[in-house]
Design a protein around this ligand. Structure first.
Ligand SMILES: [Zn+2]
Length: 175
């Protein structure tokens, strides 16, 4: 509810306490009875006009800032219903929204943990493979002659002969 509508509801309650039903006049002076400005009164009257959806009623203007008390009561009762329904809807939706968000975050965390685990495994496998390769190179270096047995001039390195690129292992009979 807007502050103006709250003032209206307060005014209506006061009217009711003054034996509202026995009144012979049903005019409600929006400006003086509620205690709002003419512009605020016009805004309220326009909102009621939209709610009424009656093509026979002329669009409100500053020339007439009166309404009918029982009509204003019906309008404010409608507004309270709308507000209550909206609050109930939010109360029902919010816990569900929080739960689905929470589930999604949990899911993302689990995916991240799984990915980290896979990454760690791959890193461990890579380190193991690098160790095995280093050991193999060491073995090859021990077996390797200083000079190339093929071209007999090149110096042997772990990448093969520096001259003819012969690599140990390509010719097993020489091992
Ligand atoms: Zn060579």
């Amino acid at each position: 509810m807007t502050p103006i509508e709250m003032k209206l509801s307060k005014c209506l309650l006061n009217l009711a306490s003054n034996e509202f039903s026995s009144h012979c006049c049903n005019d409600l002076d929006l400006v003086n009875d509620i205690g709002i400005t003419p512009d605020e009164a016009l805004e309220l009257k326009k909102a009621m006009y939209v709610w009424q959806q009656d093509p026979e009623i002329t669009e409100p203007s500053l020339d007439n800032l009166y309404t009918i008390d029982w009509l204003a009561m019906m309008y404010i009762s409608h507004k309270i219903d709308v507000d209550c329904a909206e609050r109930i809807r939010l109360l029902e939706i919010l816990p569900g929204t929080h739960k689905s968000l929470f589930d999604r975050v949990q899911e993302i965390i689990h995916i991240s943990i799984d990915r980290l685990r896979i990454l760690k495994t791959l890193e461990a496998e890579r380190d193991e493979a690098m160790k095995r390769e280093a050991k193999l190179r060491e073995k090859i270096m021990k077996l390797m002659p200083d000079f190339c047995p093929v071209c007999e001039g090149g110096r042997m390195t772990s990448d093969g002969c520096s001259q003819c690129n012969w690599l140990m292992g390509e010719n097993d009979e020489l091992l």
